[in-house]
Design a binder for this molecule. Structure first.
Ligand SMILES: CC(C)(COP(=O)(O)OP(=O)(O)OC[C@H]1O[C@@H](n2cnc3c(N)ncnc32)[C@H](O)[C@@H]1OP(=O)(O)O)[C@@H](O)C(=O)NCCC(=O)NCCS
Length: 421
């Protein structure tokens, strides 16, 4: 009897093609591999924007003039103030290096060292602002690039000063500054983790990506504007000038949210994946965590912790944790970090445009109440959707505000700035 039952169950198990299981898309299945869906999103994004781009091309023709693209960076090939400004930044690196050497051999006391570093750091921030504001020959894009370099340098030199001081306290200071200046990190260490060798195929792939993406951006880049705007954004922005005047900014921003958001995503990949990995591979810099899975953010806090790891690490190590250690509350510490970040965002936009507006500053400061709201009222997918919405809609509003103000200042007939130069 039992043999019979065993045979029956064996036969039925051989014939059966069903078992107790959940559908893959139900959360109870535990299935997590959505790589294919991600690829689908990318393909859809490319296809839908290719259509938009083709429509735009047919309607407006090619607005791209390579000479004018170059003129975004330089006005006169014999006068390149932005490039000179970047070269001059070496003075601040050498000053920091010299100060550390003096400190390490005891020629400078800690007090003198701190004073010299503080002056050096302050001048690192103020000097480029003075030059950009004074020189008429510097373009907004050139100015923004130079200020970007100086901001990164400021953060690096601050980290360099801090870490060397910590090491002196543990009495084994060394100063390898130039490797650090080029390494894709803002946080100084005496011994960075190093990769065993340079992988040529990896390096070339990243280099190819960097150029391809730059070409893509330039191919759809308007030469007539000194601000980042895609060819297909110009007509939208121009037509949105009227609604802006009657303060329907959110509506205008909705129409250019897709190209703006696409540009931002492309920039993310170009900078955080292709470029930083390229530099890291070249320098055999081992820590490649330049970003984490910010796209899964269910809270605004998670987004800021994961999208720009070099800046987040610097904020934690040199600003937030020291504040907490000195007895400041968590909330105040976070507000202080966002305030500093808001200052730098404004610094990088307002100075090159020579137009003091608070939009970038307000955009950053708005993250605090937004983070509270999302954490308090939204969970899971709703939280994730809120983060995406803030990225897709929030950013274009800020960009549009600058584009609008810049347009009114420089291009509107009879405006103070006159016509385009
Ligand atoms: C403000 C900010 C630094 C807060 O970061 P956070 O990760 O949310 O902060 P948390 O309170 O969770 O704590 C982080 C760290 O501090 C530590 N910490 C928390 N309370 C502490 C305390 N009282 N004392 C010491 N350490 C403490 C935590 O253990 C944690 O350490 P870990 O990183 O080693 O795990 C972050 O939101 C940020 O980087 N914002 C700005 C980002 C930005 O402007 N980026 C610009 C991109 S363009």
């Amino acid at each position: 009897m039992s043999v019979h039952v065993f045979k029956l169950s064996h036969v039925s198990s051989c014939l059966s093609c069903h078992r107790l299981q959940e559908s893959l898309l139900s959360s109870a299945s535990g299935y997590r591999n959505y790589r294919g869906v991600l690829n689908w999103c990318v393909v859809m994004l490319v296809l839908s924007n290719a259509r938009l781009f083709l429509e735009n091309l047919l309607k407006y023709g090619i607005l791209v003039d390579p000479i004018q693209v170059v003129s975004l960076f330089i006005k006169d090939p014999y006068n390149m103030p932005a490039a000179c400004l970047v070269i001059v930044s070496n003075v601040f690196i050498v000053a920091a290096l010299y100060t550390e050497r003096r400190l390490s051999v005891g020629c400078f006391s800690e007090r003198v060292g701190l004073l010299v570093h503080s002056i050096n750091l302050s001048v690192t921030l103020c000097f480029p602002v003075t030059i950009v504001l004074m020189l008429k020959s510097i373009t907004p894009v050139g100015g923004a690039s130079a200020l970007g370099v100086y901001t990164v340098l400021f953060l690096k030199l601050y980290s360099y000063k801090d870490v060397n001081k910590w090491c002196r306290e543990m009495s084994h200071a060394k100063a390898h500054l130039y490797y650090f200046v080029f390494a894709p990190t803002l946080c100084y260490e005496l011994n960075f983790p190093r990769s065993p060798r340079i992988r040529m195929s990896f390096l070339l792939r990243r280099l190819f990506e960097m150029h391809l993406i730059l070409f893509m951006i330039c191919a759809v880049y308007s030469p007539h504007w000194s601000l980042i705007c895609l060819q297909w954004m110009i007509p939208i922005i121009q037509s949105s000038m009227k609604p802006l005047e009657v303060n329907i900014i959110p509506l205008s921003s909705l129409s250019h949210q897709v190209p703006n958001h696409l540009l931002w995503l492309i920039f993310f990949y170009w900078f955080f994946h292709s470029s930083l990995n390229f530099i890291a591979e070249l320098l055999q810099f081992g820590d490649r965590e330049f970003y984490r899975d910010w796209w899964n953010s269910e809270t605004i806090t998670y987004f800021w912790q994961n999208w720009n790891i070099p800046v987040h690490k610097w904020c934690l190590r040199h600003f937030y944790k020291p504040l907490l250690k000195s007895g400041v509350s968590k909330w105040l510490g976070q507000s202080a970090v966002f305030l500093a970040s808001a200052f730098f965002h404004e610094y990088l936009v307002s100075v090159p445009l020579k137009m003091l507006r608070p939009w970038a500053f307000m955009g950053m400061m708005a993250q605090l109440p937004l983070a509270w709201f999302v954490a308090r009222f939204l969970r899971g997918n709703y939280g994730n959707a809120a983060v995406w919405l803030s990225l897709i809609i929030g950013q274009p509003i800020a960009v549009l505000m600058y584009v609008h103000d810049y347009y009114v200042l420089h291009y509107r007939e009879g405006s103070a700035g006159g016509g385009p130069e």
